[in-house]
Design a protein around this ligand. Structure first.
Ligand code: MN
Length: 764
């Protein structure tokens, strides 16, 4: 194979014998645009003889009509852009659907055409792909951080359900980069930067070495013009020298291969400017010291020949130690396979040699686009799955299962990151939440404080409940409110470990803070009662005492008192035994400063209802209605700090309360919250058992039921039995809203003729 003069197009492929270059603007005579389109059709036919070109022609007519009169920044007719995108796609050997979609990719964005019209005219698949491309166009990539860019790439892959969307987007970007010079300098740099951050690595990830290389070199020119110039000049200076040398090397290799009966193509190239620059940055040497600007490529027919060729090379030139790499045995994550070695040539010229088979070469150049070009089973990519990323393996598996490459292509769903959902802040920053993640997960990912104070969320501009599951591409806005705090309820739907930990931590911390507060008040109250001077309760003493209880700090001890695990009196006894002269009995008999002092000392607990009572704004301090008396809203109540079980709330009239009084330091003031909490539009109701003694006559039960129901009261259970003296005993379990509601019922029942006695049972 003859070596061609490497062309000097700065951004182009400088291979000496690269496969047909991706077509460029305006090279045909006559009506160049129509001719180029006809050439496109020919190319598709060449690659896919069975493909029906009708959709491509139809899409072209559509394009011509709707982009009529539009011009690009370069002054060219706009139609050149979709045409060139389609040409790049044809070069990738894609199907008619992809090429039609490529022609139409800007139609929804830039013309009055709607997705629905495209669906009607071209079918759902084309419409779906065009929609995907349009969607990507709308994303604003706000952040340039590397990690962020990686997220965006993953998001792009996760978001699109058809790989052709990504390929069209890459083709689109390629043409835009080729014509970037026509834009204003600021726009140029931004687009070039985005290309380096997102699109070139995306192409790399998909194994599309050729597209990646061109994107990188085009972008390099605009993101860092000074370095670009420097590298380009250095390469140019060494080109003359290198050219002769490489021609010789190439000839030597070709001879040796012939003598050894190895069938292979040999080509040489100057490496891409951007990859040379990356190497310079990494090795921190001047461009004149970069040894392998030059690279030889040997493309064989079989894998065995690759290794044989490597042996030949190493016999001809001395390999540089540490530079031999076997990517055939261990392919790269993107399926790249090749043998690499760097050898020392005559005159101290080092050069790199890459050896691979034709198939490996195609995959290296075209990546994912190459996968559907091979029949199932025979592709080199079936070997060595171990080292590959799971998603690539999945692609290969699918390919094996499909006998028809078109079927493979059209059924290819890019569900590459099913465990993550990619969402955006309103300013375009990517926020990753786990699958089924909610706005709460989003909020905690943004910032802990945003999580703690979040009260609501807008998704794509609409208010949604906090438990809403987010989807890829959602734009999420969190509404916060100062002073708002996390709710235990969030744990039922928050998915990310971070959010869950933060919520739990806050709840625990808050519960503890309250316990410490309560503990300190209890201790102070006890001290007042026994006339122990407050200065006897020093934190240092408490800290010492804490050790005796196996606790770490004074606050741990106070928390223990607050939770009811340690007794305030005991602690006081140990802190100031000589002052604790009064016995508990005497103390109890002492003037009752109790209830009043208590209510001042201890912040009142507001009961907000429900079966497990809650203290307002505080779900974690366990407060419950004592089972012995089941107090209901409106009744006078007292709280009692139990040992380790939280606060029991009793009716003041409950007989047990009297027994509890001797440990009055455990009493705590509680009150009902000013308004009943509403559950499903209805005030919280409490079950109450009512026992009615009445005459045993017909219709009695019906009349009683009517009276109870007349007040919109639900009856949970009714039970009747015979009593003594011809008396009937009826027990109702009714739902009472509060004590007034209950009293109305009881009064109504008492007025009923034949009713002798109505009692409320303490237990339910
Ligand atoms: Mn476009």
């Amino acid at each position: 194979m003859a070596t061609q003069q490497p062309n000097s197009a700065a951004a182009g492929d400088v291979s000496s014998a690269a496969p047909a270059a991706i077509p460029r603007t305006g090279s045909l005579p006559g009506d160049p645009i129509s001719q180029r389109f006809e050439h496109l059709i020919e190319q598709v036919h060449e690659h896919r003889p069975t493909e029906n070109p009708a959709p491509i022609r139809k899409a072209w007519d559509f394009c011509v009509r709707f982009h009529e009169g539009q011009r690009r920044a370069s002054g060219e007719p706009y139609i050149i852009h979709p045409l060139e995108v389609a040409e790049v796609l044809a070069e990738m050997k894609l199907d008619a659907t992809a090429i039609a979609a490529g022609l139409l990719h800007d139609a929804v964005e830039d013309t009055p055409v709607t997705t629905d019209e495209i669906a009607t005219e071209f079918g759902e698949q084309v419409a779906h792909i065009v929609e995907g491309v349009t969607k990507i166009d709308k994303i604003q990539f706000a952040n340039r951080e590397d990690r962020q860019a990686e997220n965006v790439r993953k998001m792009l892959l996760a978001m699109v359900s058809d790989v052709r969307v990504v390929l069209i987007k890459l083709a689109d970007r390629l043409h835009n980069m080729r014509t970037l010079e026509h834009l204003k300098p600021e726009r140029r740099e931004a687009i070039a930067r985005e290309t380096l951050d997102i699109y070139a690595p995306l192409a790399h990830r998909l194994g599309m070495g050729k597209v990646r290389g061109e994107l990188e070199d085009l972008a390099f020119r605009y993101t860092d013009p000074v370095s670009y110039q420097q590298v380009a000049e250095a390469v140019e200076a060494r080109r003359q020298d290198g050219q002769q040398f490489m021609a010789q090397v190439e000839e030597t290799i070709r001879e040796q291969l012939r003598e050894n009966n190895i069938e292979a193509r040999v080509e040489w190239r100057i490496k891409r400017l951007y990859s040379i620059w990356q190497k310079l940055l990494k090795s921190q040497v001047g461009v004149d010291q970069v040894f392998d600007l030059l690279a030889i490529r040997i493309i064989t027919q079989t894998k065995t020949d690759c290794y044989a060729a490597l042996g030949l090379i190493h016999m001809l030139w001395r390999p540089v130690p540490g530079r031999v790499k076997d990517f055939i045995a261990i392919p790269r994550a993107n399926l790249y396979q090749s043998l690499h070695t760097t050898v020392m040539g005559e005159n101290g010229h080092q050069f790199e040699v890459q050896i691979r088979t034709e198939e490996m070469h195609k995959i290296a150049e075209e990546g994912i686009a190459a996968h559907w070009k091979y029949k199932a089973g025979e592709s080199v990519i079936s070997a060595r799955d171990e080292q590959r990323l799971a998603w690539v393996r999945q692609l290969v598996d699918w390919q094996r299962e499909m006998t028809d490459p078109n079927e493979f292509l059209s059924s290819l769903k890019m569900d590459l990151y099913p465990e993550e959902v990619y969402t955006f802040t309103p300013r375009g920053k990517v926020v990753i939440v786990p699958a089924d993640g909610t706005p709460v997960d989003f909020a905690y990912t943004v910032h802990t404080e945003v999580g703690h104070t979040c009260v609501g969320a807008k998704v794509n501009g609409r208010m949604v409940p906090l438990r809403t599951k987010l989807r890829n591409g959602d734009i999420v806005e969190i509404i916060t409110q100062n002073g708002h705090t996390p709710s235990r309820d969030w744990l039922t739907f928050a998915k990310s470990p971070r959010a869950r930990n933060k919520i739990k931590h806050w709840l625990n911390e808050n519960q503890r803070l309250r316990a410490i507060e309560v503990g300190r008040k209890l201790l102070e109250r006890e001290a007042r009662k026994f006339k122990v001077p407050m200065n006897r309760i020093e934190d240092t003493d408490l800290a010492r005492l804490a050790g005796d209880y196996g606790l770490a700090t004074a606050t741990d001890l106070l928390a223990g008192v607050g939770f009811g695990k340690q007794s305030a009196r005991q602690i006081l006894n140990r802190l100031a035994p000589e002052l604790m002269l009064t016995t508990p009995e005497e103390a109890e008999a002492a003037p009752e400063t109790g209830a009043a002092a208590m209510s001042e000392a201890v912040r009142r607990l507001h009961l907000t209802g429900s079966d497990s009572l809650q203290v307002e704004g505080q779900n974690d301090l366990l407060v419950y209605r004592a089972r012995c008396c089941n107090p209901i809203r409106g009744e006078e109540i007292v709280g009692y700090v139990t040992r380790g079980k939280g606060v029991a709330v009793h009716a003041r009239s409950c007989p047990n309360v009297q027994n509890l009084l001797y440990e009055s330091d455990r009493r705590i003031a509680v009150e009902w919250a000013p308004t009943a909490s509403e559950v499903a539009g209805r005030a919280q109701r409490y079950p109450v058992r009512i026992t009615v003694h009445c005459d045993d006559r017909s219709g009695m039960l019906k009349e009683m039921t009517a009276i109870i129901s007349s007040d919109d009261t639900n009856i949970r259970a009714v039970e009747t039995r015979d009593g003594a003296n011809g008396e009937a005993i009826v027990e109702f379990v009714v739902e009472a809203e509060d004590v007034r509601h209950l009293n109305r019922m009881v009064t109504g029942l008492r007025r009923l003729p034949g009713v002798r006695e109505v009692q409320r049972a303490q237990k339910v």
